[in-house]
Ligand binder design. Structure first.
Ligand code: NAI
Ligand code: 13P
Length: 373
């Protein structure tokens, strides 16, 4: 699916005048996205679980724990009262950890407007059910696909909070709603693009975290750029095959929400998944790594459910499998590579034709034509 930019840029404040939106979750991404929306001209209220965080944002226009040194827009409002944040909000952006999403949705349900659109900014899957966040929303609330959206892309929070330019893909099964979301978040330094491939957009964000863990691990071992380039390239093939088998359009994975986010997360020392991988590659256990990380590293929780889904769909994900083996202490970090060994550790050549998985595009084209894969 081609991802299209919304056409106008520069007059965001006028376009969004009077648009009331809510952000649920005041960690680094929720707070940054609230700033983007406010700078785009929306009337934004952010909900923080802890009243002292809401108070700091509301009064000092700071969130010193998650975005040190960043001044937030004067017009940004904050509260820890769910009824207040949701009042009159047509777009509700969700930026909570994936494992608490279901409970957060249950908590907000009584205050939701019947016309509100729920937009996930979250890049993880629910461990107990293997569901993506849009599926958790549909499973928890009585809302149809035209009221469920996703925003995803190369979006390291601190860089965006410093107004360094980038973009993100706003996705919804209903193109008009995707356009509404993209319009709401298009600020001078953030451009919204649209597509209707919710599965691909959402899975891009989930799967790149797993490849970033692998990159962190080999970085921690001390390997150089060849290893990392091979893992990124083969990792993208793994991501694309898994996403297509899940119903995504492969072109989404080569866009901002796939390759774009993969590059940023694999390259940036600010990425928590990359950092967690690096600590593991340096020899810290998973528990020690969790203790050192003060923030959410979604990839660690997503490894097992993604592999479970891959098994069900008959997809091989050798890099993600190796990440799991390293996390479980069944493989030494130094042995992780881009699809180099069999399960018993014997190096194997790759004998398929071409750079990608044989049959991937044929299967996709056949599906679009309605024929069997
Ligand atoms: N930080 C980033 O650069 C980006 C993060 N994301 C995604 O956004 C999501 C949120 O991540 P961050 O804001 O970065 O995490 P964070 O670690 O900075 O903050 C997490 C927030 O969730 C809150 N929280 C913890 N338990 C909660 C509960 N039971 N109910 C409600 N809130 C709870 C914490 O108090 C904190 O405010 C993740 O899925 C992440 O993958 C997506 C794009 C960029
Ligand atoms: O999703 C992100 C960048 O797009 C943030 O990645 P981390 O969660 O690894 O920090």
């Amino acid at each position: 699916m081609s991802t299209r930019p919304i056409p106008v840029i520069g007059e965001s404040a006028k376009r969004n005048r009077g648009r009331r939106v809510a952000v649920i979750g005041a960690g680094s991404w929720g707070t940054t996205f609230a700033k983007v929306l406010a700078d785009a001209g929306c009337d934004v209220t952010i909900w923080a679980r802890r009243p002292e965080v809401a108070q700091e944002i509301q009064v000092a226009k700071r969130n010193s724990q998650y975005l040190p040194g960043i001044n937030l827009p004067k017009g940004l409002k904050a509260t820890s009262d769910l009824a207040q944040v949701l009042r009159g909000a047509r777009l509700v952006f969700l930026a909570v950890p994936s494992q608490t999403m279901r409970q957060n949705l249950i908590d907000i349900e009584p205050y939701l407007d019947r016309r509100s659109v729920l937009v996930s900014l979250v890049k993880g899957v629910e461990k107990t059910t293997t569901m993506r966040m849009s599926e958790v929303i549909a499973d928890t609330l009585d809302v149809g696909p035209e009221r469920i959206g996703v925003v995803s892309g190369p979006n390291i929070a601190l860089e965006i909070a410093k107004e360094q330019p980038t973009g993100g893909v706003a996705s919804c099964a209903d193109l008009q709603v995707a356009q509404e979301i993209a319009t709401a978040c298009t600020a001078p330094y953030f451009r919204g693009y649209v597509n209707t491939d919710v599965i691909g957009t959402e899975l891009g964000g989930v799967l790149k975290n797993l490849i970033a863990l692998a990159i962190g691990i080999v970085d921690g071992v001390g390997y150089g750029e060849n290893t990392k380039a091979a893992i990124i390239t083969r990792g993208l093939a793994e991501m694309t095959e898994f996403a297509v088998a899940s119903g995504a359009d492969p072109t989404t994975l080569s866009g901002l929400a796939g390759l774009g986010d993969l590059i940023t997360t694999c390259q940036s020392p600010l990425s928590r998944n990359n950092t967690a991988g690096r600590l593991i590659g340096q020899g810290y256990t998973q528990e020690e790594t969790r203790e050192q990380m003060q923030q959410v590293a979604e990839g660690i929780t997503s490894v097992s459910p993604v592999l479970e889904l891959a098994r069900e769909r008959g997809i091989e994900m050798p890099i993600v499998q190796q990440v799991q083996m390293v996390l479980q202490g069944r493989m030494a970090p130094k042995d992780l590579g881009p699809h180099l060994t069999t399960e018993d550790g014997v190096p194997q050549p790759e004998l398929s034709l071409g750079t990608d998985r044989p049959g991937l595009w044929r299967r996709f084209v056949n599906r679009m034509k309605g024929t069997a894969a």
